[in-house]
Ligand binder design. Structure first.
Ligand code: CO
Length: 212
């Protein structure tokens, strides 16, 4: 594991060498532009890097990460990334990827005070409130956290579907498809939660925009 700052720069030089050995025109191709087909909204957790865990190369996934892979409608950073991905890059798929053992979700489940972070964790706590009966019924704390992680991913998929400019895209075609995936730190495997959306039809009516 890299621990010194110089390790990262050395690692970079090594990576460039190895890459050029296998694919001499690798950087020439990437420098020409990006046409990723996927947008990844993941957790900032250092153990869940989008390209490594999917065996994908640089250039294939547009990425936004934050604590607990949240889609917050006042987050202009995230919304700008999503807007660019959908309107300009025309990505076909948006993946909300959470992970079991997520520290952000765990913090939100507790009654501990985390100072400034509490403002962000509030959005995750709102998910608990929406599913309180189901979550409170799970006595085992680890299992409750697992379910909370899954429900949080599902809610963030819905939060994306509520975005008006995404609904606008659906008026004109089937893309983007929004998927909810969960990653296991224990075995490295991704699981599709089966909560995909590419229409606003199963949103509560108040979130559905009129077609233009
Ligand atoms: Co996390």
């Amino acid at each position: 594991m890299s621990e010194k700052i110089q390790d990262l720069l050395n690692g970079n030089a090594q990576w460039v060498n190895n890459t050029l050995k296998h694919t001499p025109d690798f950087f020439d191709n990437l420098a020409a532009g990006q046409t990723p087909k996927f947008l990844w909204i993941g957790c900032s957790d250092s153990r869940v890097p989008a390209t490594e865990i999917t065996n994908a190369l640089p250039g294939s996934i547009f990425v936004q990460r934050n604590i607990a892979n949240m889609v917050v409608h006042t987050d202009s950073n995230l919304l700008s990334v999503v807007n660019y991905a959908v309107k300009v890059l025309k990505v076909k798929h948006i993946i909300v990827c959470g992970h079991y053992g997520c520290g952000g979700v765990q913090a939100a489940m507790s009654n501990n005070n985390y100072g400034f972070l509490d403002n962000w964790l509030m959005h995750i706590k709102d998910v608990y409130r929406l599913h309180q009966d189901e979550l409170d019924a799970i006595e085992n704390e680890e299992k409750r956290l697992d379910k909370y992680v899954e429900l949080n991913i599902k809610e963030q998929v819905s939060n994306l579907a509520k975005v008006s400019f995404i609904q606008e895209e659906w008026d004109n075609g089937e893309f983007p498809h929004i998927h909810g995936w969960v990653y296991s730190l224990k075995d490295g495997l991704l699981k599709d939660l089966g909560v995909s959306k590419n229409s606003n039809e199963d949103l509560e009516e108040v979130y559905q925009y009129n077609k233009k």
